[in-house]
Design a protein around this ligand. Structure first.
Ligand SMILES: [Zn+2]
Length: 89
């Protein structure tokens, strides 16, 4: 019985380690996604530096636009520029 308990203890321990490392990896991955510090303007497809352009929060996600014109187009009908995953299409 004692062996079973220690086995379960190890199982839970490894489960937590896996879960933790997986979560950390996901955070790590999304943080460095895209290699450079640019995002894609969903309207015209241009790369926009995080320090430049116009940003807008939409459904909890930040989108960046190269110009005010693109931002206004997006604002007008966001669903036109995004697929069902909320990614730039
Ligand atoms: Zn643009």
């Amino acid at each position: 019985m004692e062996e079973l308990i220690s086995f379960l203890g190890y199982a839970v321990f490894f489960y937590l380690i896996m879960r933790f490392s997986c979560g950390a990896h996901m955070v790590h991955g999304s943080h460095h996604r895209g290699k450079s510090k640019t995002t894609i303007d969903p309207v015209c497809g241009m790369e926009v530096s995080r320090e430049k352009g116009f940003s807008k929060m939409f459904h909890g996600k930040e989108y960046r636009f190269c110009s005010r014109n693109c931002l206004l187009k997006f604002d007008d009908s966001p669903e036109k520029f995004l697929n069902s995953d909320g990614e730039a299409s």
